[in-house]
Design a protein around this ligand. Structure first.
Ligand code: ADP
Ligand code: MG
Ligand code: ZN
Length: 558
C-alpha cells in the first residue's frame, strides 16, 4: 500500500465529521477514538470515518487514506476482538493473503498490530444489505449473484479452504457495479490437503476440541473480555451504513420482540425460532433430567433442549378452522451409529431410546467433538448432526440456502437459534425420510416424531414469492397461509403477532413487473441446481466447479 505519510495529526484523536452526509453518533465516535488509542499507528495513515459493522468477533470501520499520488482511497479496517487466538488471526489473514484479491474473494492490504489488538486493512467495497434487496432482484440478477458466489467458492476450495460461514453478510454485493466479494475467514478451516499452512494448525487444534471453538464460546459469553470501551459491549450499531445482524445464538425475549418489530420492513423469514427453546421450557427441561452432573456439558444441553421442546412443542393455528396442531419436533437426539471406542459407559445398554427421557448412560456419554461454528440457518445437515468429517461441501449447502432465499424472496429462510430446530426446518423442506436416510450414510441416526414430506422446490419458492396461489393444495397446510407453524410464537404479544402477519411476502408485484424481472419464465434449471446444492448427503452434493458447469450458467461468460 502506498500511502502518504500523515494525513491526520496523530497527537489528538478528535474524530472529524464525515463532511458531506451525516453526523457520526456519539458512541461510534467513542469507538473510533478507542481504536486510535489502542492501535496508534492507524492515525498516521487513516482518517476513520465511520463504523460499518459490528459482530461478536470484530468491529469494522470505514477509513480514508491519502495515497502517494495524492488520491484518496477508502479502506475497511477490521478490528478483531482482543481475545481472538493468535493462530486464528494468522489463519484468517493467510486466507486473505493467499486466496484473496481475485475471483470475488476480498483481498487484504495491510495488517496492524499493537499488543493484542489486530486490525486487518482491506479495500473498502460499498455494498447493499441483502435483506434490503432480496425481494427486488430480477431473475437475471439472482443468476449472476449465485454464479459469482460459486466462483468465489470454487476459488477458495481449490486452496483447501472451508469457509464455514457462508451467508449473505459475508458475501458483499454491489448491485450497481455488479461487484462481489467473499469476506470473513474468521471461522475457516482447512481440508486435509489445504494449501494454507495456518489452517493446518487450526485444524489439528480443532480436532482436539481446543480453542478453535473459542469463537463459539465467546458468543455464549463464557470468556472474559479484556478491557474494552464501554459501548463495545453494546451491540447496538448506529452507523448509517447498515451493519449486519450481530452473531448471536441466544434468543432472549427482548431480542425476539426486536426481531418481530424489524419484520415489518424486512422480507419475512419462512421459519422462526420461536418458543422451542424459550427460557422457561429450557429450565423445566433441565429439572426433568436425571443425572449426577451439576454442570452440563455441551451435549447434555442439547439433550435437555430436546426434552423441553418435546414437552413444549408449539400448538399451531391452522388458518381455516383454527384447530390446534402440533408442530413437528425431534423426539430424540442424534446418535452415532458406529460404536465409539469402548468405555465403561459404552458397555452399558441405553434405556431411553425412543422415549422422551434421557438415561444416565446417555447423559454420561462423551461429547462428540466436531466443528460446529457458523450460523444455524446456514449449517449443513452434517454440521448440525456433528458429523466429524466435514469438507468443502458444507459451504455448498450454505450457498444453496442463499439461493433458496434469492428464489423465494425470503431472508433469512431458516431462522433457528438451535441446531435441532434448524434440522427440523430442513426436514420440513427436504423431507424427514430423506434427511434420515442421508444422515444414516454419514453415520448419524435421527428420529423425528412425524413424517414430513419433501417439498417441490419450485412450488415452494413460487408460493412464497406470491407467484402462485397458496391455497391450491400443492403445499402442506402450514405453507398455505404462507407462514410456517414454528413462526407463530405461542406467547408472543398480540402487537408483535399483528406485525408479523401484516408483513407478508411484501407488496405483491403486478404481473407486468414480474415479467420485467423475469420471474414469470424461470427455467427448471435453476431449481435443479438448487436441488443439487441442497443435497442432504455431502458426498453427492454438487461441488462449486461442477455447479459452474451447470446448464443454468451456460450463457454467462467469465
Ligand atoms: P465478522 O467476523 O465480525 O462477521 P466480517 O469480516 O464479516 O466480520 O465483517 C463484518 C461486516 O463488515 C461485513 O458483513 C461487511 O458489512 C463489512 N465489511 C467487512 N469487510 C468489508 C470490506 N472490505 N468492505 C466493505 N465492508 C466490509
Ligand atoms: Mg461476518
Ligand atoms: Zn439412553
Amino acid at each position: 500500500m502506498e500511502v502518504a505519510s500523515t494525513v491526520r495529526s496523530s497527537s489528538h484523536h478528535t474524530v472529524e465529521k464525515n463532511k458531506s452526509r451525516h453526523k457520526i453518533p456519539r458512541d461510534v465516535e467513542k469507538d473510533i477514538e478507542y481504536l486510535y488509542e489502542v492501535v496508534p499507528q492507524l492515525s498516521q495513515i487513516f482518517r476513520i470515518v465511520d463504523k460499518i459493522g459490528e459482530g461478536t468477533f470484530s468491529s469494522v470501520y470505514l477509513a480514508e487514506a491519502q495515497m502517494t499520488d495524492g488520491s484518496r482511497k477508502m479502506f475497511a479496517l477490521k478490528h478483531l476482538i482482543p481475545t481472538s487466538h493468535p493462530m486464528r488471526i494468522a489463519a484468517e489473514l493467510q486466507c486473505l493473503t493467499v486466496a484473496g484479491g481475485t475471483e470475488n474473494v476480498m483481498g487484504v492490504t495491510y495488517c496492524f498490530r499493537k499488543e493484542h489488538h489486530v486490525v486487518i486493512v482491506m479495500p473498502y467495497m460499498e455494498h447493499q444489505t441483502f435483506v434490503d434487496i432480496v425481494g427486488s432482484l430480477s431473475f437475471e440478477e439472482v443468476r449472476h449473484y449465485i454464479c459469482h458466489l460459486l466462483k468465489a467458492l470454487r476459488h477458495i476450495h481449490k486452496f483447501g479452504i472451508i469457509h464455514r460461514d457462508i451467508k449473505p453478510n459475508n458475501f458483499l454485493f454491489n448491485r450497481q457495479r455488479r461487484e462481489y466479494a467473499l469476506v470473513d475467514f474468521g471461522l475457516a478451516q482447512g481440508t486435509p490437503d489445504t494449501h494454507i499452512e495456518q489452517l493446518k494448525v487450526v485444524k489439528s487444534n480443532a480436532n482436539k476440541g481446543g480453542w478453535s471453538s473459542g469463537r463459539v464460546e465467546v458468543a455464549h459469553g463464557k470468556q472474559k473480555l479484556l478491557p474494552l470501551p464501554p459501548n463495545t459491549r453494546n451491540p447496538a450499531v448506529q452507523s448509517t451504513t447498515k451493519a449486519p445482524a450481530k452473531r448471536s445464538c441466544l434468543p432472549s425475549r427482548m431480542k425476539l420482540t426486536k426481531e418481530l418489530l424489524v419484520l415489518d420492513k424486512a422480507p419475512r423469514s419462512v421459519f422462526g425460532e420461536r418458543n422451542l427453546n424459550s427460557t422457561n421450557s429450557h429450565k423445566t427441561g433441565t429439572d426433568k433430567v436425571e443425572g449426577p452432573l451439576s454442570k452440563p456439558k455441551k451435549e447434555e444441553v442439547i439433550l435437555r433442549k430436546i426434552v423441553s421442546s418435546k414437552r413444549y412443542s408449539v400448538p399451531v393455528k391452522t388458518p381455516l378452522n383454527g384447530q390446534k396442531q402440533k408442530a413437528p419436533v425431534l423426539s430424540q437426539t442424534l446418535r452415532s451409529q458406529k460404536p465409539k471406542p469402548a468405555t465403561v459407559n459404552q458397555t452399558l445398554t441405553c434405556s431411553c431410546y425412543m422415549t422422551d427421557r434421557i438415561c444416565n448412560v446417555c447423559l454420561s456419554r462423551k461429547q462428540q467433538v466436531a466443528p460446529r461454528a457458523g450460523t444455524p440457518g446456514f449449517r449443513a445437515p452434517e454440521v448440525l448432526t456433528k458429523c466429524p468429517n466435514q469438507g468443502t461441501a458444507i459451504d455448498m449447502w450454505s450457498a444453496g440456502v442463499i439461493l433458496l432465499s434469492l428464489l423465494s424472496g425470503r431472508y433469512p429462510f431458516f431462522k433457528a437459534s438451535d441446531d435441532m430446530i434448524a434440522l427440523t426446518q430442513i426436514m420440513t423442506i427436504r423431507g424427514s425420510r430423506e434427511t434420515i436416510e442421508a444422515a444414516k450414510k454419514f453415520g448419524k441416526s435421527i428420529v423425528c416424531s412425524r413424517e414430513l414430506p419433501r417439498l417441490d422446490l419450485r412450488i415452494l419458492c413460487e408460493t412464497l414469492r406470491g407467484l402462485r396461489s397458496c391455497d391450491d393444495g400443492s403445499l402442506p397446510v402450514e405453507f398455505q397461509s404462507s407462514r410456517h407453524p414454528t413462526e407463530v410464537k405461542q406467547d408472543a404479544d398480540s402487537s408483535a403477532k399483528k406485525q408479523m402477519s401484516q408483513s407478508g411476502s411484501g407488496s405483491l408485484k403486478r404481473p407486468a413487473e414480474l415479467q420485467e424481472m423475469g420471474w414469470d419464465k424461470v427455467s427448471d434449471e435453476i431449481y435443479d441446481l438448487l436441488d443439487k446444492l441442497l443435497d442432504l448427503n455431502p458426498v453427492t452434493r454438487i461441488t462449486a466447479s461442477m455447479a459452474l458447469q451447470h446448464p443454468v450458467f451456460k450463457d454467462i461468460k467469465d
